[in-house]
Design a protein around this ligand. Structure first.
Ligand code: AGP
Length: 625
């Protein structure tokens, strides 16, 4: 048993779904959880109220285990027209049935599911134990179940009980609560964790994210921090933390249910890689209208004056989004002449940064829910910086911090490995760089050339996707390698890092990206006939340099792979495998060169029989530090 203080239950993007209405709840809950499954989780559970008694069903491991339990009791469970469900992903505290949600109180009448962390759970638990509460799990969430139960005993009002309980809890949460004595009612609330209500005909859905409910409704209300929503089959009531009534805004969700289907592909990752030509078209649509027209970014409010006063740009992001940011730095500096720093959000937030009102801070995030990046942009906002958010989720927490927003519209990305969202982020950075350059009045032929090239980029990606044989051959030849080195220079250094990240996260092969010039300062010592070195050799300023770095690697017997837009036959002598892609300008080449690297990682992982869409230990969004 872990010590209380150490056993801080950390949930990384767990999933919540709730339903109250006139249909059987259980199928809706299980379908909702299935649609959130891609986020990564290690246990699951539901609470229903079939015959006036709240009942919990929980299982370790895959959702199928919970489905099997439900199946055995389906006759009874399916009578319930109310229920809440959860998938839990734990980094601390065992993924056991006892720790799985929902959690309950002593009498078992309260059931609660929770995303986030209750930071003061230890003190609360001690207090509640003294009051006679018996804990059955090691989680922080159970404290909320007991706390709500004690408040309910005093108030006999579930909404009020939840409201009073949230006054005592510190940390981040999305909570969904039912109580046996309050028929057909769900109370839900949030602080720094996403939550929305879906509206149907005499029915309401609660979810931590859109995929859980999109099959049923496109009408939704996003709940803001500290608001509490109470739903019954035919009513919805929203209040703030002081019990004031609030008029919620009903929105139409911009997602299609088809986004959650594999559309005949074996994995979501492969489908999402193939969606990239259309993703580029979507991102460009309405923003790049004609070569001689300026780029339109409707939600960017950076005017000439603000740009004139800018001293620097700081870009904060994590993982794949960080790699898009690195390309962003390169192109913004190149086109706009403004100094740009890129830093992982998790580093940025723990140091004294030179950030002020003359700093533009750009947060990049597919999910818009990455905790470190949210903290970083909030810190920068507090210092008076203009906050620009590049995200695939304009409905996210991060987007709400934005002074300027660049929604990338890649569509729901299900595979844990980011592919099409990276593409959408890259294209958004090209547009943003041109936009800043044009707003500043920089007039360059290069801007027009880049616009021209962006328009034909989708066809070039399609060409790669239509001829995957060389990539598959290369994947087969190298799938037994234990290590991989990716080298590149300049704007494609980020591509090397992204190629290595894709490979390691889905195939678990140790892969590292290096700037090719650094090879001889240490990494070259690792080279021998067992080490594959993949050189990203795109024509341009650094082509010859990387070629000579590749020769140095070959001379140490490394197994050489080239990814190139050159048709130079001399490469055949140097490289065991050559992946050729259409010719492209060096500045735009990251958007093309990454595609074969995504495919290479995919095919290697596939050959190795890995769980491509849900790699071990990973979650789609990292919503806690
Ligand atoms: C990408 O393949 C990763 N799974 C991961 O690095 C991801 O990019 C990172 O966690 C950042 O997420 P975000 O873009 O949603 O902020």
């Amino acid at each position: 048993m872990l010590e209380l203080g150490v056993n801080r239950e950390v949930k990384i993007m767990c999933g919540i779904v709730g339903y109250v209405g006139n249909k059987s709840a259980v199928d809706i809950l299980l379908e909702g959880l299935t649609n959130l499954e891609y986020r990564g989780y290690d246990s699951a559970g539901i609470a229903v109220n079939p015959e006036g008694v709240v009942k919990l069903y929980k299982a370790e491991g895959k959702l199928q285990n919970l489905k099997d339990i439900v199946e055995k009791n389906y006759g009874e469970i399916s009578k319930s027209t109310i229920g809440i469900g959860h998938i839990r992903w734990a980094t601390h505290g065992a993924p056991t049935v006892a720790n799985a949600h929902p959690h309950t109180c002593n009498c078992g009448k309260v059931a609660i599911v929770h995303n986030g962390i209750i930071e003061n759970f230890k003190e609360l638990r001690e207090k509640l134990e003294k009051q006679g509460c018996t804990f059955r799990s090691q989680t922080d969430t159970e404290t909320v179940a007991h706390l709500v139960a004690t408040k309910f005993a005093q108030t006999k009002d579930l909404t009020e009980a939840v409201r009073l309980a949230t006054k005592e809890i510190e940390g981040a949460y999305a909570l969904c609560v039912i109580h046996q004595d309050v028929k057909n009612t769900i109370v839900a609330t949030r602080r720094n964790a996403p939550l929305l209500v879906g509206l149907g005909e005499n029915e309401y859905y609660i979810a931590s994210d859109v995929p859980a409910i999109i099959q049923h409704t496109k009408k939704a209300m996003y709940i803001d921090d500290n608001q509490i929503v109470t739903v019954t089959p035919n009513s919805i009531r929203l209040i703030d933390e002081e019990n004031n009534l609030i008029q919620g805004k009903i929105e139409t969700l911009p997602w299609e249910p088809v986004a959650l289907s594999k559309m005949g592909y074996k994995h979501f990752m492969l489908k999402e890689i193939h969606e990239q030509p259309d993703v580029v078209r979507n991102v460009l649509s309405g923003k790049l209208r004609a070569i001689d027209e300026p780029i339109t970014l409707n939600e960017v409010t950076l005017d000439k004056e603000t740009l004139k006063n800018l001293n620097r740009i700081q870009i904060v992001a994590c993982g794949t989004s960080l790699h898009a940011a690195m390309v962003g730095k390169y192109i913004i500096e190149d086109f706009c002449g403004i100094s740009v720093d890129v830093e992982p959000s998790s580093e940025y937030i723990y140091r004294k940064t030179i950030t002020d009102k003359n700093t533009l801070v750009i947060g990049v995030s597919q999910s818009g829910e990455t905790a470190d990046t949210i903290t970083a942009v909030r810190q920068a906002k507090a210092k008076g910086s203009h906050i620009l958010i590049v995200t695939n989720r304009p409905d996210s927490t991060m987007a709400r911090e934005a002074n300027s927003l660049v929604p990338v519209y890649a569509g729901i990305e299900v595979s844990v490995a980011a592919t099409k969202s990276y593409m959408a982020q890259l294209i958004s950075f090209y547009l943003l760089a041109i936009y800043i350059a044009e707003t500043k009045g920089v007039s360059k032929d290069e801007l027009s050339d880049l616009k021209r090239e962006l328009i034909v980029l989708p066809q070039k990606i399609e060409k790669i996707l239509a001829h995957k044989e060389d990539i598959q051959k290369c994947a087969r030849a190298f799938s037994s390698s234990k290590d991989f080195i990716f080298i590149a220079r300049g704007v494609n250094f980020a591509t090397a890092l992204e190629g290595a990240l894709k490979l390691k996260e889905i195939s678990y092969i140790n892969a590292t990206g290096y700037t090719a010039g650094e090879l001889k300062h240490g990494p070259i010592a690792m080279l021998d006939e067992t080490m594959p070195v993949l050189s990203i050799l795109m024509k341009g300023k650094v082509y010859d340099k990387i070629l000579s770095n590749s020769e140095e690697a070959r001379a140490r017997n490394a197994r050489m792979i080239a990814l190139t837009d050159s048709d130079d036959v001399k490469l055949n002598e140097l490289f065991e495998c050559i992946i050729r892609i259409p010719e492209i300008s060096e500045i735009l080449s990251p958007a093309l060169a990454v595609v074969p690297l995504q495919l290479l990682a995919y095919y290697i992982a596939e050959f190795l029989g890995k769980d491509v869409d849900q790699p071990r230990n990973l979650a789609k969004s990292v919503t806690v530090e």
